[in-house]
Design a binder for this molecule. Sequence first.
Ligand code: NAD
Length: 353
Amino acid sequence: MRIQNLAVDGFERVVRAEDPARGFLGFVAVHDTTLGPALGGLRMWPYAQERDALADVLRLAEAMTWKAAAAGLPLGGGKAAVLADARDGGKPARLAAMAEVIEMLGGAYITAEDVGVNAEDLTAMRAHTAHVAGLPRSEGGGGDPSPFTALGVLESMKVCLAEVFGDPAIKGRRFAIQGLGNVGAQLARRLVEAGGSVVGADLRPEKAAAGAKALGIAIVDPDRILYESCDVLAPCALGAVLSEESIPGLKTAIVAGSANNQLARPRDAARLKERGILYAPDFVINAGGLINIAVETEPAGYREEEAVRRVTAIAETLKQILARARETGTTPQRAAIALAEERIGQVRAANHI
Ligand code: NAD
């Protein structure tokens, strides 16, 4: 295995690792461990270029630092990627190679699942490294993180409804959900159960059909979902959907969804504010899955009630952020980043870093 340390500004450690005999090429980025070990998913994706993979891990590792800090977790931000197609037969050998790299980092980075890597893959990686989290329940882990992510988004929606309409009730409100995958479908179910009216869309026809049949929600064309007239728009598919192009056409009072990096550019937070749309920062409200994994990494082991309690508390953090944004005239996104920076700054000051 050939290990190279790359010097990247603002990052504690970035590693490029290669083992041609196993068809393995991967990156690990440790952004910041002030609050604790860097936790973030491992992505397996056939990136067109090596620099695309590196850019992806850097961007995502930094976002994990803000997410963990805003959630009040003793964790830092990190991310890893293997450049390969996850459906390729070489997957087990590549995962083993990545696990060896993670072990070599000595606990600075804890891996978890992401695109192309599931809980069973993580279990297999445990043969080579202890620094794995997000294991199945059968292995003593917290299992599927998506119900916890959906719960955090739901509780956050109530806070936003109270902020905008003076009433947190879901009943009688209209919700538009982009993406009916793991998180989107569970969110839709909870909203319907609470008396909300839900419209959804998914690029995969089978997901849209399941949404219509099992959840009884209305389905629209994926091109239209962002522009549905609603009280709350929930992007639960991909990032960068809130942009200079899309924001003028939105017909919602609130945007609150699970997708990572929803703002195409930092400036888009101000664009939403100028249009009078309340944007709930994605990295604050989608931390439920991470919180669930964090409980698993504690000495007491995984406890579901504790995870639910802490995920529900995302609502309190969001209330603080919205109050601060209101008082200072800034955007919720800016207020959330400031809160995360403060938490990291306090620990740095206390430790004289
Ligand atoms: P998923 O892959 O199960 O679901 C995403 C769905 O979106 C898929 O069904 C896909 O077909 C659909 N989709 C993609 N592009 C679309 C488009 N343009 N219009 C309509 N539908 C589209 O993923 P997930 O686990 O449900 O996660 C959803 C989002 O939330 C992702 O951005 C993910 O990074 C983020 N997130 C998930 C978790 C979690 O616990 N699963 C935690 C934090 C953040």
